[in-house]
Design a protein around this ligand. Structure first.
Ligand code: HH2
Length: 293
């Protein structure tokens, strides 16, 4: 019988090659993606890692805490956020990616813009995380095909500037699934391998509290598509609303509940800020799921 023992052994992050192999597994053990926002204004960690040394230190801490992957972004997408031009995003993320890539960890670039994604891939990222699923900058679709890299396609109703004003769905679970399958179809038609695509319901992106809870309740609908699924609930507003916790830093336990739920429901990747505690939860639930062989 195998037990995961991350606390008695040095944690090794996932290399880009290991991540590609993971994508093709029939049963994919859940991975922990650590969030590294190189921004002044992200909703929970804005301004903390703008300096390259501090960003690098934080990446190292997340890897020591059990991060398998690191997601690096240079633009906040919190509700109401303005857009950051490509050259400014590149200036923020490229020096950080160059240093973090030397640690051997697979890195995703959190951007909707093809020039930013391309600069990040050249700097050592190997995954593109696009919250607009290729709608904001259609050139990103061709870039992903040309570079044969993995891509995370997220559902969002509207844009960060307006998405929380009045989100409306007739059937949020079916609409999110159908939208993501359509976007995956666009990428596949452009030549992206099916096995390189990860789907994400976009928790908090153009959704009410009830919409977010329904998407989590019915995660199996997305998992059943066969694509790996990523879920990003970490410290988000709906947890604050349910638990009456206005400060994002107080939402650790609420986040933990959603991460445990996501792992138990077959999600492939959880995107989190509090890597150490969430790794413990992922490891416990994985151990339960894998007990008995
Ligand atoms: N959430 C955020 C940003 N990027 N990408 C994916 N694929 N899924 C998500 O749920 C997701 C994401 C928002 O969180 P954060 O990066 O912490 O905040 P901000 O956008 O303010 O930088």
């Amino acid at each position: 019988m195998t037990f995961h023992t991350p606390y008695s052994t040095l944690h090794l992050p996932m290399t880009p090659t290991a991540f590609t192999a993971w994508l093709s597994l029939p049963r994919r053990p859940t991975l922990v993606m650590g969030v590294l926002n190189v921004t002044p204004d992200s909703f929970s960690d804005g301004g903390l890692h703008l300096d390259v040394d501090r960003a690098f230190d934080h990446a190292q801490q997340m890897i020591a805490g059990g991060a398998d992957l690191i997601d690096i972004g240079g633009e906040s997408t919190r509700p109401g956020a303005g857009r950051i031009p490509a050259d400014e995003q590149i200036g923020r993320v490229v020096p950080v990616i160059e240093r973090v890539a030397k640690l051997g960890v697979a890195i995703s670039i959190d951007t909707t813009l093809a020039p930013v994604a391309e600069a990040a891939l050249n700097a050592g990222a190997t995954i593109v995380n696009d919250i607009s699923a290729g709608r904001e900058d259609p050139k990103l679709v061709d870039l992903v095909a040309r570079r044969a890299c993995a891509v995370i396609l997220m559902h969002m109703q509207g844009s960060p500037a307006t998405m929380q004003l009045n989100p409306i769905y007739a059937d949020v679970v079916a609409e999110v699934r159908d939208h993501l399958l359509a976007r995956a179809g666009v990428f596949e038609a452009a030549g992206v391998e099916r096995s390189h695509i990860v789907l994400d319901p976009g928790i908090g992106f153009g959704k009410s509290v009830e919409h977010n809870l329904l998407l989590l309740k019915h995660l199996d609908t997305l998992v059943k598509t066969g694509y790996p699924v990523l879920v990003g609930t970490s410290r988000k507003g709906f947890i604050g609303k349910v638990l009456d916790l206005p400060a994002s830093g107080d939402r650790l336990h609420g986040t933990a509940a959603t991460v445990a739920w996501a792992v138990a429901n077959g999600v492939g990747i959880v995107r989190v800020h509090d890597v150490g505690p969430m790794k413990q939860i992922v490891t416990m639930i994985r151990s339960i799921l894998e007990a008995g062989g």
